[in-house]
Design a protein around this ligand. Sequence first.
Ligand SMILES: [Zn+2]
Length: 166
Amino acid sequence: MPNQYTVPRPLGDLLREKIAVRGKNECWDWIPSCKGGRPEMMFNGKRKLVSYWIYFHVTGRWPPEGKQLNHRCDRPVCCNSRHLELGTQKMNMVDMYRRGRGNSYKGERHPKAKLTSRQVYAIRAAHRRGESGVSLAHRFRVTSGTIYLIVHRVNWKHLPLTENRL
Ligand SMILES: [Zn+2]
């Protein structure tokens, strides 16, 4: 995100008071305690997530409709704008799975196995027939996260939809 200060300073001052600024690429934690893990702040009579205030402070705009701010570092208390990115709820889920944090998949670890494109087709076909991600993960000896990424076409998205189009 570009560092443009296009809004009046008081918002910046307020933010600076409450953020533990550290090195450029480190996490900058929100100092006040927050319940639920996602800090909010009142400013100008409006209560919004701190990440939204930071985005507004840095860019002078609100995130576009339908977009939210995701933390690349996976830490909702982080206020470093370099760790924030515009995304969607789905992207955030996918990132979480990628980093192994999807709640319902916790603790499910299989030895990492390389899949072939034929197996990827088989996984997608079985998923379309209603086989669950957990069952597929067992059958193909990969994590449920891997299955999630395959059936949502995040991984292996270069493969055509059906095998005979190859
Ligand atoms: Zn961070």
